[in-house]
Design a protein around this ligand. Structure first.
Ligand code: PLP
Length: 424
């Protein structure tokens, strides 16, 4: 399927009069339509709730939009908890799904009355000791191990993942927690990432629903929710078919009716912690071609770099690129699209067929709305870009300003040279 940017060259020319490139641009309309569809897909489950994975796009303006639809926040760090609290989320609106967790973060989560989702059995006692007693409602993260397969396609390798408890530990943790006064339980698992198939959630649901029935039978635990977590992917490549969330919701319902309802568990709420699926396609990195180089290969240098979007450098991930204004032109030039880091993996695309690029052309790098800006770093002293929101009415709102050298040098403010650093 041809991938279309959600903005035109004319709009970008207008926007760059005020906000220089590079920037991440988010599409409010796309985000809203998608979250509505997600809630529609799970409307058969009265307790359904999405906890947006804050790490995917930690921007309070976007969190606030999602909250309008009833989304909570899925956090796994101190600052994510702080941000969620700042936008008014607390109690059952926050899921704390952390791992390798510092005690201070458990304490913060408890202070906000967040639901704590334990990654490990040793945390039962750590949390009890830190808080004095366990909260009334808690959750455990499950890792069945082995390899997670759909027919013959390996999707992911839970046996190799650091997250979650083994089956034995899960049952033991439930017994311990019950003894220590926990009254309401949840279970959670995240077994495969960026799945571009409608089969992942229903398969995961079957694993979790079956273990929930056993847990209830063997430990007597009152299971209130089952958290399918994240992992629903997006079609980064034009040849991929995007997931159909309505189909996914309907298939999870079938498994629910097969496994949970006959076990007398027809009141269990389904939770999700989607990140990528919620915002990924509704963000793009807009950057300008500023250099060209003809050596052993043809290079186009842009004003963004891996600091703004790390996925290609880190995972070799594909991000589609549209040269704005040349949407219909033939892709008859082969380029490496590079950033300016002194790192040879700082390439947004390698051997990519694109229309001929001229200096000053704007490139739209697709699907950066999740795990894009958020993964940014400051290598080579490069500064993070701004984040802009294309509002439903077509206007632009800056939802994060670009970093300045002063931000970059801020942590040197305890040294005598600081004044000189910020003067440049
Ligand atoms: C990263 C993460 C998510 C979101 O994953 P996506 O692939 O963005 O859907 C959800 N839950 C937890 C615990 C995570 O670590």
């Amino acid at each position: 399927m041809k991938k279309h940017p959600f903005v035109t060259l004319e709009q970008i020319k207008e926007i760059t009069k005020t906000y220089p490139t590079p920037f991440h641009l988010y599409d409010e309309k796309g985000i809203r339509e998608n979250v509505k569809k997600l809630y529609q897909a799970f409307s058969w489950n009265p307790g359904y709730k999405e906890y947006f994975a804050v790490k995917a796009t930690p921007n309070p303006f976007l969190l606030q939009i999602l909250r309008e639809y009833g989304c909570g926040c899925d956090c796994s760090s101190m600052t994510e908890l702080m941000m969620s609290n700042a936008i008014g989320a607390s109690g059952d609106d926050i899921m704390f799904s952390s791992n390798d967790t510092p005690v201070a973060e458990f304490k913060k989560a408890a202070e906000l009355n967040a639901i704590i989702n334990l990654d490990d059995i040793t945390h039962v006692e750590i949390v009890e000791k830190a808080l004095g007693k366990l909260p009334k409602k808690m959750s455990c993260r499950y890792n069945p191990g082995g390899i997670f397969k759909i027919s013959n396609d390996i999707m992911d390798n839970p046996g190799d993942a650091k997250y979650g408890m083994t089956t034995e530990q899960l049952f033991e943790a439930f017994r311990m927690m019950k003894e220590k006064g926990v009254e309401e339980f949840g279970i959670h698992a995240f077994l495969a990432s960026n799945t571009v198939t409608n089969e992942y959630y229903p398969m995961l649901a079957k694993v979790l629903f079956e273990v929930a029935v056993k847990l209830k039978k063997e430990t007597g635990a009152d299971i209130k929710f089952i958290n399918l977590s994240g992992g629903i992917g997006i079609a980064y490549r034009p040849d991929q078919t995007p997931n159909d969330i309505l189909k996914i919701g309907a298939s999870v319902k079938e498994v629910y009716e097969q496994v949970l309802v006959p076990a007398g568990m027809g009141d269990v709420a389904i939770y999700t912690e989607l990140g990528r699926f919620m915002t990924g396609p509704y963000g793009g990195l807009v950057t300008k071609a500023i250099n060209q180089k003809h050596t052993h290969k043809e290079y186009i240098g842009v004003d963004a770099c891996a600091v703004n979007l790390m996925r290609p450098a880190m995972y070799g991930a594909y991000h589609h690129i549209t040269v704005l204004g040349k949407e219909e032109a033939a892709c008859d030039h082969k380029y490496d699209i590079t950033g300016s880091l002194c790192e040879n993996n700082d390439k947004f695309a390698i051997d990519r067929m694109l229309p001929e690029i001229e200096m000053g052309d704007y490139l739209f790098i697709h699907d950066t709305g999740a795990h894009g800006f958020a993964m940014g770093y400051n290598y080579n002293g490069k500064l993070k870009s701004s984040e802009l929101l294309l509002k439903e009415d077509g206007s632009i709102q800056m939802i994060r300003r670009a970093e300045t050298p002063k931000d970059y040098f801020a942590t040197f403010d305890c040294f005598p040279i600081y004044e000189k650093l910020i003067q440049g």
